[in-house]
Design a protein around this ligand. Structure first.
Ligand code: GAP
Length: 442
């Protein structure tokens, strides 16, 4: 655990008070472990998804995208092994009925809730799939599942993707979307929830080349971490022991982050072999093999799967960016400032336009300027409170640049641009602002 990292209590309070993440169903007393992304949170989350899509789909010639249904034919989940094996071991305290994941607690110790010893039941397998029914009747013939991972639709749609995208192995398919798991012990804010978002890639390769591609994706995960501003020092690679691997995997590296509550999974990188395509081919009787147009070889591709949680990325990005530091105020006093040192590309607001006063003379320049810049960048307009307080608020939400329109602006057609990190102020002509921001990393 990093010693100067913000505590979870402070971060959760910060997220609520600044509009990043709210407790779900708040005015009804909440719904445990459900969270809503507020006005700033939704921007940050969208930016995470946008840069992921850009890096892994748009900028690569060997990738295509997919946006599949959350509800799929239930047979999919039998073939994938989820109906039978997507389980966690559950124990219950016979005294207070608190439930735990058997692999998350020391069963020789007392129950954390009631303090009694030797009260745990034998571990029982608990399936994590969320069950529902399609149509008005609730019978076994109408059962459907909310998908527990986005991956399966990529395998199921594989033949149509091959036919329509004109891609040859090696190539990959990316998807971003919601997944659902009836977790036994959700918690730690947005770290483990029952409804969450994934960004997944299934990368199809010839079996003989899986190690090469696995290594290349391992490096890509590090590039991604860098783009998110997550320092290497906060991430540990954990090569999963063979007996701990998921039912579909022959090798997995978990990328673990040093959260304030311990070192835990951020992302996974798995070699899924041809497990999924083989099972879907057997179950459906469809030929899912790829024919190599050069050699004529017909084979089931093997799969490398880098899997990224959106919500865990959001959490790690905030934990890495949140900084409290002491600075000198304009009158020379020491004061503390909170800064979200987000990469510019992720910042929910890129530029704050701050007229020095509410006077019409200034707003008549500042408002049209904000409207002009909003066509290119996410802009916030704020004319309340003192300029110092407004700077602090923008620092707290990670806004890279503040633009102050003052009375001199009426004379020299220039504004003061303040940099979030260095706090340096530069006078920039209003006409050249777009160029200035593009040259300075927006
Ligand atoms: N398709 C492979 C797969 O789903 P996983 O390790 O179970 O693998 C991938 O999940 C990623 O999804 C995790 O590394 C994590 O980032 C995210 N994730 C999984 N369960 C989650 C949960 N309950 N809440 C939030 N994120 C979760």
């Amino acid at each position: 655990m990093s010693t100067n990292m913000v505590s979870m209590d402070v971060l959760v309070g910060f997220c609520k008070s600044r509009g990043f993440v709210f407790p779900g169903s708040d005015i009804y007393g909440g719904l445990s472990n459900s969270w809503d992304y507020g006005p700033l949170g939704v921007e940050l989350k969208q930016n995470i998804k946008k840069i992921w899509w850009k890096m892994f789909v748009e900028e690569r010639l060997d990738m295509v995208g997919l946006d599949a249904s959350i509800l799929m034919n239930p047979e999919v989940w039998k073939a994938s092994g989820h109906v039978d094996t997507f389980t966690d071991p559950l124990v219950e305290c016979k005294n207070c009925h608190e439930r735990y994941r058997a692999d998350h607690v020391d069963l020789s110790r007392a129950c954390a809730k009631c303090g009694q010893k030797d009260t745990f039941t034998e571990p029982a397998s608990f399936n994590l799939m969320f069950k529902t029914f399609i149509g008005p009747k609730e019978g076994s013939e109408n059962v459907a599942y909310l998908r527990p991972e986005t991956a399966q639709a990529i395998f199921v749609d594989f033949p149509l993707i091959i036919q329509t995208s004109r891609r040859r192995v090696p190539f990959g398919v990316a998807q971003i979307g919601k997944s659902f798991r009836n977790e036994i012990t959700p918690g730690n804010f947005i770290f483990r929830t029952r409804e969450f978002e994934q960004m997944e890639i299934e990368y199809f390769v010839h079996e003989s080349e899986w190690e090469k591609h696995f290594e290349s994706w391992r490096l890509s995960v590090h590039e991604w971490l860098k783009a998110c501003g997550i320092p290497e020092s906060l991430v540990v690679e954990n090569d999963i022991e063979p007996e701990e691997l998921a039912h579909y995997s022959k090798r997995t590296i978990d990328f673990e982050f040093l959260y304030p509550f311990g070192q835990k999974e951020l992302y996974g990188l798995a070699y899924r072999t041809d497990f999924d395509l083989k099972n879907h081919a057997e179950k459906t009787g469809k030929d899912l093999r790829f024919t190599d147009p050069l050699t004529g070889e017909k084979y089931l591709p093997h799969v490398i799967e880098p899997s990224f949680g959106v919500d865990r990325t959001f959490l790690a990005v905030l934990l890495a960016a949140y900084t409290e530091e002491s600075v000198k105020s304009e009158d020379g006093k020491e004061e503390s400032r909170t800064v979200l040192r987000l990469p510019n590309i992720l910042a929910p607001v890129k530029i704050a336009i701050l007229p020095l006063s509410k006077k019409e003379e200034l707003s008549s320049v500042a408002r049209p300027l904000a409207e002009r810049l909003a066509k290119k960048f996410r802009v916030e307009y704020d004319e309340t409170q003192s300029i110092g307080k407004r700077y602090r608020r923008q620092d707290e939400i990670g806004t890279p640049f503040c633009v102050t329109v003052d009375f001199d602006s009426l004379e020299d057609n220039a504004v003061t641009v303040r940099n979030r990190d260095s706090m340096q102020q530069t006078r920039v002509p209003i006409d050249t602002l777009e160029e200035y921001f593009l040259q300075n990393g927006l």
